[in-house]
Design a binder for this molecule. Structure first.
Ligand SMILES: Cc1ncc(COP(=O)(O)O)c(C=O)c1O
Length: 465
C-alpha cells in the first residue's frame, strides 16, 4: 500500500533560521560544515523530508541510498515499538559468544530468501566499508592458503614456522594484490581506501597498498546510440585487466568492482563486461568481489544488481551495506573461513539492526518493490531522456537501472546550480562524480512523485538553457 507523503513546500532558504541555530550547536563535530538539512523526523513521512524550518522536500537523495522505505514506514515503526526490539537495543550481544534467537532466525531467513544465489555464508558488520574490508580479507585468505598449499606449506597459517609467523606479524606476510578500478569508491577505511579512486579528497596524505588499478568502461547513454563506442571501451578495459593479471602472475587474489560505479559518477558497464571479468578471475584463480553496497537491495529492480548480468557462476563474494541496515559480505563455499577469530567484530550479530533489516526486506517483498523500482525507474529514465532531448547542450547521459538514476550537466558549477534551483522547488537530489546529478529515490516513491520531480527538472532546465 503506498505510504502517504505530505505535500512539498519551501518557505525559507536552506538552511533556514532554525536550522542555522541547530547547526551552530553541532560545531564540535569535525564535519559540521557539510550539514545543510536539519531533519524534523516527526513530520517527515514517506518520501517527504521535513526540516526544522517547516520546509518539506521530495527526497531523491535518501542519505546516499541508505533509506529504503521512506520516513516512518509503518512496518518499521511497528518493529521499533515492540518489546523484542527494546530488549535487542539495550542488551547488546557479541555473536557468537552470546547470541540470540532473534539473530539466528535472521540468519535463517537471510540465507533462505535474500542472499545472492550460490552463496554459503554471511559475515555481518556495521557499515558498507567494513563489509568491503571483510570481503577483501576473505579473498586474500583463500588465495594465500591456495598459494601456500601449492608450495608444499600448511593450509592452516597457525602451523607456519615461528619465523614465518614473525614475518606476518611484521607486515611481511604476503605480496598478493587485488585489482581495483579508476573511479571506484569502496569506503574510507584503509583497505577499502586503497581500492578507492574516485576523489583525491578521500585519499590524500593517507598511506595505501600499491594495488593495480584498471580503467572502468563508463558506458555512454542512451546505450543503443553508443553501442560501438561502449563495446570498444569494455573490450579495452578487459584487455587491461588481463595484462595486469599477467604482470602480477599468480599474485592477484581478487578483482573488486562495483556493478555501477556510484560515487565515481554513476558509471555503468554491461552484463557481458562482468561476465568477461568473471572469466578472467576464473582463469587466474582470483575471486570476483562485487561491491553491492549501493546497488544492492532492490534499488535497481532486482534484489542484487548482478542478477541482471547473467553470470555463469555466482560472484565469489558480494559486499553489502546501506539499505540492508548493516554492512557485511556474502561468501561462496571456497571463501568460508572456519577458524574462529580470523573474522570477528565485537558488534557483529546486532539483532536490533537485524530486526529492522528483516522488516525492510519483508516489506520489499510484500509490496513488490523490486518490480516497482524496475517499472517506475524506467518511467523516470524516459522522462529524464525527454528533458535531455529537449536541452541537449545542458542535460546529457540520462542513465540508470531501476531507481539508480543520474544525468550530467556540462560543468560542476552548472550541476551545483541545477541542484540549488531544484531545492528551491522542493526537490532534494544529490551530486556524484564531477558533474552528475544523482537520483536515489526511496523504494516507495510513486508515479506522482516522479512526475513532480520531472516537472521541476524540466522547469529548471528551461530556466538555465
Ligand atoms: C559502492 C560503495 N561501497 C562502499 C561504500 C562505503 O559504505 P559506508 O559508507 O557505509 O562505509 C559506499 C558508500 O557510499 C559505496 O557507495
Amino acid at each position: 500500500m503506498p505510504v502517504s507523503s505530505p505535500a512539498r513546500v519551501v518557505h525559507t532558504e536552506v538552511p533556514g533560521p532554525r536550522a542555522r541555530e541547530r547547526i551552530a550547536l553541532g560545531a564540535f563535530d569535525l564535519q559540521h560544515g557539510y550539514r545543510t538539512v536539519v531533519v524534523d523526523d516527526e513530520k517527515s513521512q514517506g518520501v517527504s523530508l521535513a526540516d526544522v524550518d517547516g520546509n518539506v522536500f521530495l527526497d531523491l537523495f535518501s542519505s546516499f541510498a541508505l533509506g529504503a522505505l521512506g520516513y516512518n514506514h509503518p512496518a518499521l515503526v511497528e518493529v521499533a515499538r515492540s518489546e523484542e526490539f527494546l530488549r535487542a537495543s539495550i542488551n547488546p550481544t557479541s555473536t557468537p559468544f552470546l547470541t540470540t534467537d532473534t539473530w539466528l532466525r535472521f540468519m535463517a531467513e537471510l540465507k533462505e530468501k535474500w542472499a545472492p544465489r550460490g552463496t554459503e555464508r554471511v559475515f555481518c558488520v556495521d557499515g558498507g566499508g567494513e563489509g568491503i574490508e571483510s570481503a577483501i580479507k576473505l579473498a586474500f585468505m583463500a588465495h594465500a592458503t591456495r598459494r601456500r598449499v601449492a608450495a608444499g606449506g600448511p593450509a592452516d597459517p597457525l602451523q607456519l614456522s615461528a619465523e614465518a609467523q614473525e614475518r606476518v606479524l611484521d607486515n611481511e606476510g604476503t605480496d598478493s594484490v587485488l585489482i581495483a578500478f579508476r573511479g571506484a569508491f569502496h569506503g574510507r577505511s584503509l583497505g577499502a581506501l586503497s581500492a578507492t579512486h574516485s576523489k583525491i579528497t578521500h585519499k590524500a596524505d593517507v598511506p595505501a597498498f600499491r594495488w593495480p588499478m584498471a580503467t572502468f568502461p563508463a558506458n555512454r547513454w542512451p546505450l543503443e546510440r553508443h553501442a560501438d563506442e561502449n563495446a570498444a571501451a569494455e573490450a579495452a578495459s578487459l584487455a587491461e585487466v588481463a595484462r595486469i593479471f599477467e604482470q602480477h602472475d599468480g599474485r592477484v587474489a581478487s578483482v573488486l568492482v562495483e556493478p555501477v560505479q556510484s560515487e565515481g559518477g554513476d558509471r555503468h558497464a554491461s552484463g557481458a563486461y562482468f561476465r568477461g571479468l568473471q572469466a578472467l578471475c576464473k582463469q587466474h584463480g582470483a575471486a570476483l568481489i562485487l561491491d553491492e553496497v549501493q546497488t544492492g537491495v532492490a534499488i535497481t529492480g532486482t534484489m542484487w544488481l548482478h542478477e541482471q548480468f547473467d553470470l555463469p557462476e555466482p560472484p565469489d563474494l558480494v559486499a553489502f551495506g546501506k539499505k540492508m541496515q548493516m554492512g557485511g559480505c556474502f561468501a561462496t563455499a571456497p571463501y568460508v573461513v572456519t577458524q574462529f577469530g580470523r573474522m570477528y567484530q565485537t558488534r557483529n550479530g546486532d539483532r536490533a539492526r537485524a530486526m529492522l533489516a528483516t522488516a525492510t526486506l519483508r516489506t520489499i517483498d510484500a509490496e513488490g518493490l523490486c518490480a516497482h523500482a524496475a517499472r517506475e525507474g524506467a518511467y523516470f529514465l524516459d522522462g529524464l531522456q525527454a528533458i535531455a532531448d529537449r536541452h541537449p547542450a545542458l542535460v546529457s547521459d540520462a542513465r540508470g537501472r531501476g531507481f539508480l538514476l543520474a544525468f550530467d550537466l556540462p560543468t560542476p558549477a552548472a550541476r551545483d546550480d541545477f541542484l540549488k534551483r531544484c531545492l528551491k522547488r522542493g526537490i532534494f537530489a544529490s551530486y556524484t562524480g564531477s558533474k552528475s546529478v544523482r537520483i536515489r529515490p526511496h523504494l516507495v516513491t510513486q508515479r506522482a512523485d516522479i512526475d513532480e520531480a520531472l516537472g521541476a527538472f524540466a522547469a529548471v532546465a528551461k530556466e538555465m538553457a
